[in-house]
Design a binder for this molecule. Structure first.
Ligand code: HXC
Length: 513
């Protein structure tokens, strides 16, 4: 009887977060407790907890007798839309969610189970970092997490949701995961906090300015998704999971087929202006191409000159990469290349077909880009496409010039199907630049240079730049009516559905980092 009572007390203790004051403080800060968060994330009643009774056995540096169950992290498994996921949620109300040996062992265990069962792993971070009282054991615990992230990379989807502080070593989990979510005002993600920054560099900076959600959503690119509150954030985690396969051997969950192969979308020709330099929003093109006009955009505010999104076409999940003429005229630059390269690699690792929408004037010129290594970073995107073995469809929407044409999944680097609109411009460079390079002397000596320039430009455009030049030479498979783009892409995806291509056998390539 007393054993049963003991068990009831222990169950009550573990079901309750840290002391009432800590829970109140958590709520006052606009944060939920670990269990409340898992309640929002998982299907109701689906959570199975592991290591309910685990507690720390540390004795150092006045840690005292306070050894609450869970050791500050709630871990286990549940379902999202009926599909299995493994989860852990750090509990800030216990030791500030800090990570000691027992806490780390629980995270290691769910990561191991996620990998061995082929299920996504979702970690919710809200922690003061390495538990100071446990010294090197805490650091050892972090190392074990990072090693597991790397071992699981490309095998199961990994998601980190930062809903509080995530400082020091903890920051590397969101960096190693495939997708990182952050919530404004409460999430803080940095290697060294404001106090250390000031002590070392003299710079005074606040928590938000140093590592808030917008910093990582707009500037560093660490956060893939930024939200205003925990509810919408966890809801979007569910939406993301609904697009992803459970593992690299599984298929992405299929939606309802839509007969997209017969769909005609006249609005597409209206969205994209005929003038090559007039801006428009590539997301409006995506809306017309995908089922229900619904897509999930990654890194919405970082490197916005390229759009990366998941969506479904005729029920099949695809990864869309598109130049964005609305921002920097859609040029490729360092950040755009990094963003798209990581997305292409994720899609390739998880069998998600790629649809690349091209409208690119070239790479961004200038010393800023060259000094910062645009060659090295641009090569990442090139490398990612060259390596990708999933079905690949390139749609040239308006223009594709120079190296950027090659990089945006051209035939030469392995696209399976290249489609072009009749008004396309595809060439080494624009007409004016080409005429200036080739006919400088003639133009200087001409009695009417403007007329000569116009004649030469017309000749260049008529002979070389239109899509039939590429199509006649096998570099474009079909020149299509813009209104039939959705149907052509859907047909292409159906044609390529059973594509199997083995990557070369080697330890690993040497991706330009
Ligand atoms: C042990 C910790 C802790 C930690 C917080 N707490 N961080 N306990 N180890 N790392 C405890 C506090 O003592 C406090 O306990 C409770 O958690 C809540 O913390 P507060 O400071 O009261 O909360 P708040 O004011 O909201 O500040 C949150 C915070 C701050 C910004 C995260 O706690 C903080 O700066 N913590 C230290 C962050 C840090 O530098 N961590 C080490 C990173 S180095 P009581 O009992 O009072 O409630 C690292 C190395 C790993 O992680 C490297 C691997 C590569």
């Amino acid at each position: 009887m007393s054993l049963l009572r003991e068990q009831r007390d222990a169950l009550h203790e573990r079901a309750t977060a840290g002391n009432e004051k800590a829970v109140d403080r958590q709520h006052e800060l606009g944060k939920r407790t670990a269990r409340e968060r898992l309640g929002l994330l998982l299907d109701p009643g689906s959570f199975t907890e592991i290591e309910l009774y685990r507690r720390n056995h540390a004795s150092g540096f006045r840690i005292g007798e306070n050894r609450p169950h869970t050791d500050g992290v709630v871990a286990g498994s549940g379902t999202i839309d009926g599909r299995r996921v493994f989860v852990y949620a750090q509990d800030f109300t216990i030791f500030g969610g800090s990570l000691g040996a027992a806490h780390a062992a629980k995270i290691h265990k769910v990561m191991d189970l996620a990998l061995s069962t082929g299920s996504p792993i979702i970690g919710i971070n809200d922690s003061g970092g390495a538990r100071i009282q446990e010294g090197v054991l805490a650091l050892d615990g972090y190392g074990g997490i990072f090693r597991r992230h790397v071992a699981a990379s490309g095998i199961i989807p990994q998601i980190n949701v930062v809903l509080g502080p995530c400082a020091g070593g903890a920051a590397y989990s969101p960096a190693l995961a495939d997708f990182t979510f952050m919530v404004r005002d409460t999430a803080k993600l940095y290697l060294t906090g404001p106090d250390v920054v000031e002590a070392v560099t003299g710079e005074q900076v606040g928590h938000d300015e140093l590592g808030g959600a917008d910093v990582h959503g707009k500037r560093s690119g660490v956060a893939t998704f930024v939200h205003d509150d925990e509810e919408s954030c966890l809801d979007d985690v569910r939406y993301l999971v609904s697009m992803l396969p459970a593992n690299n051997l599984d298929l992405p969950p299929r939606g309802r087929p839509r007969d997209a192969r017969h769909d005609v979308r006249p609005r597409l020709a209206e969205i994209v202006p005929a003038e090559p330099n007039k801006p428009y929003d590539m997301r409006s093109v995506i809306t017309e191409l995908v089922d229900d006009g619904e897509f999930l955009e990654l890194h919405e505010s970082w490197a916005a000159n390229i759009v990366c999104a998941f969506a479904r076409i005729d029920g099949e999940v695809v990864g869309l990469v598109g130049n964005q003429p609305l921002v920097l005229a859609g040029v490729l630059d360092i950040e755009a290349a990094q963003k798209a390269a990581r997305f292409v690699r994720f899609c390739d690792a998880f069998g998600i077909p790629l649809v690349t929408l091209v409208d690119v004037p070239g790479f961004l010129p200038g010393t800023d880009q060259e000094y910062a290594g645009v060659i090295r970073h641009g090569a990442k995107l090139l490398y990612a496409y060259c390596e990708a073995t999933v079905p690949r469809i390139q749609v040239i929407v308006r223009k594709a010039y120079g190296g950027a044409y090659i990089v945006m999944d051209s035939r030469s680097i392995g696209t399976d199907l290249s489609l072009a609109w009749p008004t396309n411009e595809i060439a080494v460079m624009g007409a004016e630049g080409a005429v200036n390079v080739l006919f400088r002397k003639e133009l200087a000596g001409s009695a009417d240079p403007a007329a000569l320039r116009t004649t030469l430009m017309d000749e260049y455009l008529g002979e070389l730049v239109h899509p039939y030049y590429a199509a006649e030479r096998g570099l474009v498979d079909d020149v299509i009516d813009p209104a039939r783009t959705r149907s052509a892409v859907a047909s292409g995806l159906a044609m390529l559905k059973d594509k199997r291509q083995q990557p070369a056998r080697r330890k690993h390539g040497n991706l330009p980092l």
